[in-house]
Design a protein around this ligand. Sequence first.
Ligand code: ATP
Ligand code: MG
Length: 173
Amino acid sequence: MSSKGRIIINTGDGKGKTTAALGLAFRALGHGHRVCVIQFLKGKGDYGERLFGNTLENLEWHICGKGFVFKKQDITADREIAGQGFQLAKEKIESNHFDLVILDEITYLTLYQFLEVEAIVEVLKKKPERLSVVLTGRSADEALIEIADTVTSMDVVKHAFTQGIKAQKGIEY
Ligand code: ATP
Ligand code: MG
């Protein structure tokens, strides 16, 4: 068994990127590993995973966002929060305290040009050897895919939402 940490990306337009990352957190926690989740660009909603996450030992959970970024009038505030979130991610990675760090929805930082992808690549290249990092979000940058060990693309075959079914508690949040 190799103790060298991995860089894992869950990308694509289909459902399952965040929940797969959290499945991995579940697995790591079961072995007594220390896990840090940092969520970018999402509001402080009643997400079931956060409510549960807050009850778990060995799991640290940070939210760096204030709702969806598409509201253009808020773009400056979003940029500032995104920058602070990335700084936090960098600190948590460099701390050498964790076995697994999950950067949920981080791909949007470069997609919306809040951050140069090189900044993320640099932090990942210098990560502690044993640390695994999961990055999630649609349209993962080529530069991230290049340095990753494992990349999975979730494809939409069907999604309830496009059939007019609303987001459901316990399934979508
Ligand atoms: P999940 O959190 O369920 O694993 P995800 O991380 O793959 O989904 P995101 O784009 O981060 O997907 O999803 C934001 C929200 O939209 C989540 O509540 C998710 O369940 C839902 N969702 C995911 N994929 C789709 C889709 N193709 N169409 C509509 N809604 C989606
Ligand atoms: Mg997600």
